[in-house]
Design a protein. Structure first.
Length: 548
């Protein structure tokens, strides 16, 4: 394609984007009549005679009209979620009245936008945390031309509190894994959408509901930042009230649509590994944002401990008594650093920084794809400083890409405060690297007093109970002495799925539960797993069979 035709290609997409506010039919944010001149232009774009314009129009719809499976479609500034039973013909009609755009990125997650200004003020730059106020609009509020009936319809279907609890939970799943703080506020009933957040009056994100197009077809739609408002189709309560997985369908639709509300577009290809895929998965696979979705949220807003980019703003983890485990951490871009303040009262220190992630495909829907392993995006390393935050005491920098960085057996020189600094050394561009942090204070020296004459234990007697299992099991073993232990769970290919660490107060039986999820909190597939337990210098492995 020569440069002239590339320009024509860009122009037709731009024309579609410009016409969008006028031609959103059943889900239109603007209800004004379409001027005749614009109507003609729209018909020419949707039914072009020029072959290059036809190719451009077809590409905007490519991959979105998969028969019988269409779930979500994008237009500039808005995303619409469809019922899985939507007739393909109706889906095509909605597509023809909702011009879409080619906005899919190849960094897996699709970062389409970011909040610039909220009721709390300007939001800083990429990777900075934000506060979003949100609330339910009262019934009677005008929503795209018709009154909201969310409370009346959902109260009748769910009861007064259940549906609100589920929606709050869907937002909290984003809050725990990103740098977004959510504050629920009342709403004054201003016309929806377009009324910006105002402290004490209404939220940045306003959730409404009304009849859109009867059962099936459109389930919900959501606006991108700086609007973020969501409308649920109350005709689809039969879909939302299915109680499996704590109303997993409702929670996933809300979490997905709000993903657009915080600036994430659809991720491709569709393989049921990501919340932000256009084709929704059954909630038996997962509920809420997954690894790829969390990485997109981290890229926009950091993790839930931001901003902690220096020792003066370090996250205070408190006194380390035995073991402190922190998850949902990320280095959200190349220059990001995470600082933590810990208190120690003697003993040996063990610190582990473990890059986590998953493996999935990225690329073009129906085209070429490649595999990405997000536990190996970049290489975190860490440094230990004294209580001034400026004098380096020791560091751990030798582990390779995707490997756990470990500091072991370091004797703290004094009782008091220390600073931990985590940064990255190398890897792929500015893409986020998620990780977990484990800090262990070990005060044991040998077996407990009174057991010094007992023969040394030569086995952990590891057992997996129950086995097979669904959805959870326990690794039961006899710890030979006080001190740290680790339970590591591998799939049959040898990839680490989950790691749990802790500290025993003394010799004795210990049970460590595994709920069948990986380090990102996502359920793992059915199959055979190897559970490896290390404690007191001993290591044993047992098979665990998960049957879902």
């Amino acid at each position: 394609m020569d440069s002239r035709n590339v320009r024509r290609f860009a122009l037709v997409l731009g024309g579609i984007a410009l016409l969008f506010p006028l031609f959103l039919v059943s889900v239109s944010p603007v209800t004004q009549a379409v001027p005749s001149g614009d109507q003609v232009a729209f018909e020419q774009l949707m039914n072009p005679s020029d072959p290059w314009m036809k190719i451009a129009k077809d590409l905007t719809i490519h991959g979105l009209a998969k028969k019988g499976a269409l779930k979500c479609i994008d237009g500039p500034g808005i995303s619409v979620c469809l019922h899985p039973d939507t007739d393909p013909g109706m889906a095509e009609e909605i597509l023809r009245n909702l011009p879409t755009y080619l906005g899919i990125g190849k960094e897996a997650y699709n970062k389409a936008d970011r909040w610039f200004n909220t009721a709390s003020g300007l939001t800083g730059s990429e990777g900075d945390p934000i506060t979003l106020t949100w609330g339910f609009v009262p019934d009677g509020t005008t929503c795209d031309g018709s009154p909201s009936t969310l409370f009346a319809d959902f109260n009748a279907a769910f009861g007064d509190t259940v549906w609100k609890t589920r929606i709050r939970n869907a937002l909290s799943l984003w809050e725990r894994s990103t740098g977004i703080t959510y504050i629920e506020v009342p709403d004054d009933g201003a016309t929806w959408p377009g009324a910006t957040g105002l402290l004490g009056t209404r939220g940045d994100v306003r959730i409404a509901g009304r009849s859109i197009d009867g059962p099936s077809n459109v389930l919900a739609y959501n606006y991108y930042p700086d609007t973020g408002d969501m409308l649920l189709d109350t005709d689809d309560t039969a879909f939302y009230t299915i109680s499996l997985y704590k109303h997993g369908r409702l929670r996933n639709v809300v979490a997905h649509e709000h993903g657009h509300g915080i600036g994430l577009g659809h991720s491709i290809p569709e393989e049921c590994t990501k919340l932000m895929e256009a084709y929704a998965c059954n909630p038996s696979s997962f509920v809420g944002p997954q690894d790829d979705d969390i990485r997109g949220g981290n890229r926009n807003y950091g993790d839930s401990y931001e901003n902690n980019d220096g020792y003066t703003t370090a996250t205070d983890l408190g006194d380390i008594v035995d073991t402190t485990f922190v998850e949902y951490l990320s280095i959200d871009r190349g220059t990001d650093e995470d600082w933590f303040l810990i208190g120690l009262a003697g003993g040996d220190l063990r610190v582990e920084v473990d890059p986590i992630g998953s493996t999935y495909q990225i690329g073009d829907e129906g085209g070429s794809t490649s595999e990405v392993s997000t536990d190996s995006i970049s290489n975190p390393e860490f440094y230990l400083y004294d209580d001034t935050g400026t004098n380096l005491l020791t560091s751990a920098t030798s582990a390779g890409l995707g490997e756990t960085e470990i500091l072991s057996g370091y004797t703290a020189p004094y009782s008091g405060d220390y600073y931990l600094r985590v940064r990255r050394t190398d890897g792929s561009g500015n893409y986020p690297q998620r990780y977990t942090l484990t800090v262990i204070r070990d005060v044991s020296t040998s077996v407990l007093a009174g057991e010094s004459d007992a023969p040394a234990r030569v086995a952990l007697d590891l057992a997996v109970v129950p086995n097979p299992f669904n959805p959870q099991t326990s690794a039961r073993f006899y710890a030979p002495q006080a001190g740290p232990y680790a339970v590591e769970i591998f799939d049959v290919s040898g990839r680490l799925a989950r790691r749990v660490v802790g500290n025993t107060a003394g010799a004795g039986w210990t049970d460590v539960r595994w709920d069948g999820t990986d380090n990102s909190g996502a359920p793992v597939a059915s199959g055979v797993y190897l559970m490896r337990v290390t404690s007191g210098g001993l290591t044993e492995v047992e098979r665990a069979i998960l049957v879902r």
